[in-house]
Design a protein around this ligand. Sequence first.
Ligand SMILES: [Fe+2]
Length: 237
Amino acid sequence: MTPRLYLRQWLSGRDFALGDPVAVAMRNFAYALGDRETGEAVLVDPAYAPRELVGLAAAESMTVVGAVATHAHPDHVGGRLLGEHVVAGVAELVAATGVAVHAQTVEVEALLERTGVDPARVVGHDDRDHLVLGELDVTLVRTPGHTPGSQCLWVDDALLSGDTLFVEGCGRTDLPGGSSDEIYASIHERLAVVPDETTLYPGHFYADDPHAPLGRVRASNTVFLVRSLAQWRASFG
Ligand SMILES: [Fe+2]
């Protein structure tokens, strides 16, 4: 990894949003990604306590200049979760800091609807768009399946995978907009270009390890035991 890469993984309910029982139960990871030299960072999936995340980055001399949504579920970007419970997220972050929120274009409508974020501060992206932070070049890889506009962030030796791929298992596809066939293609085809040496940083802490080399995930995660779409449909469809 380049020494300029600033990457932090924070677990909800443990590293931030302490005392929030929903944050504890959901085991979400929020991330900060940036260039240490320029001091610019983006928050990835800043739910539950976005201003606290800004503070965590600031404590390490990093200024939050934007946010990236891996997808528009409330435990990642804020909104109504578990009935009436409202999770804070990108709307609060934008109101407090004025930064822009980056998402895949096909996910923008859901993001606006669920979070109430200021539409003027939302930037839609296509597959393989780049987000440049100082000298860092982040590739936004669209990986539909968990949601239509799910995306992974690929930078240097790191892949932030949201709910597309976990260290063990993958995101569910039975929620509105989900597609089992699409997540198969995302995991097995769209992400196939990412080398084994890359470290996978998932959207939830659902395994023993908070992150793992992608090569190890490919060897041990049950979603990689399947070798064809037909097998996938039989096993996971
Ligand atoms: Fe999700």
